[in-house]
Design a protein around this ligand. Sequence first.
Ligand SMILES: *Cc1c(COP(=O)(O)O)cnc(C)c1O
Length: 424
Amino acid sequence: MGVLLHFFTYKKNILHVEDVPISELAEIYGTPIYIYSYKTLIRHYKAYDDSFKYHPHLICFALKANTNRALLTVFAKEGAGADVVSGGELYRALMAGISPKKIVYAGVGKTAVEIEYAIRQGILMFNVESEQELAEIDRIAGICNMKAPIALRVNPDIDPMTHPYISTGLKKNKFGIPYETAIESYKFAASLKNIEIIGIHKHIGSQIVNLAPFMDAFNRLLHLVDMLKEDGISIKYLDIGGGLGIQYLDEIPPHPTELAKEFKPLLQDRDLIIILEPGRTMVGNAGVLITKVLYIKNGYDRDFIIVDAGMNDLARPAMYGAYHHIMPVAKKKNRQEVFADIVGPICESGDFLGKERQIPEVKQGEFVAVMSAGAYGYTMSSNYNSRPRPAEVLVNGSEHFLIRQRETYEDLVKGEMVPEFLKG
Ligand SMILES: *Cc1c(COP(=O)(O)O)cnc(C)c1O
């Protein structure tokens, strides 16, 4: 069982998305540009859905990986739910046609306005991260004259063995309720009039390439479910979060099928509905960032390939030192390999897409592809250095569709105001 496959391949030495040459899309829509493969999105959703067919389940796509409305609509049509972490994400999920009854809402800092919005929309459940938040949800549900369905997000104190910035289930992390006091917190929840306990939740981190931490955390949760039962608290939804890794370089992450297989004996004879919250695995390898070479500069010990995409377009390399494979869109004959940094136009030394790479020589005006950029790409982009954000395109077979316009200079200043006293 290999890694999740995608539909980005070379045909006649030109990188294609499904049946469309990327060079053509770069010419039509300009660069930098995010391009997604519809078939890859479907394949990844189905990989999860089919793997868990043996048990009642719900796949809640984690919006923070990619919020484009067209992509959300793809998943909505397949029957997916959503994992949201803000009122804005809830708004987007609903707008894309995802049923509120399939939406779970996590995050340590939900505001009163966000909580009321979610209660009134009738979401499946809040994944609650503190007792004070429980009290706040109870208070607001009371005002709405409604009951708020909840799960507690438990911090199982398990090391997911991934980058420290994307670990979330360790004692030192801000997420969830400590494992040791989870039962007490559930009892507190049970004492609240407007709270309805329906689930338990965990999410231990991202880009996890080992099954062991997943299984440890899963077993700890099942143990809690059993202990809660003794206290008369019954759990219907077991939400195991997201976090499976994808292949960026040479990682071999577990396939959803393997996860499903490991869970199977543990779920047998249990009346639990399992919820998964995959983000990265659903969209990561379904998107690329295409950028144009502006200049080549020979440095002291390396070349600098200066491209028109920067850390504002794709923050992961600058933020986590993350690796993204970078390759020429057109493979040319008789090109030597060069040793180079692929860098953006931003005035920061941290602004790079790839460091110390051995890549085939590329020339001014040619396009390069930054692979596996579909997750935490556009959603983490910014306007830093007053750079309009890129366009996004969805490819289905031989057809392509603009799914987000490139921002304009007017977009950059939208909403800014100059006080009266400075005018004239
Ligand atoms: C980020 C996040 C996810 C998705 O994580 P991936 O690693 O992208 O699968 C799922 N659930 C919660 C609560 C999250 O914060």
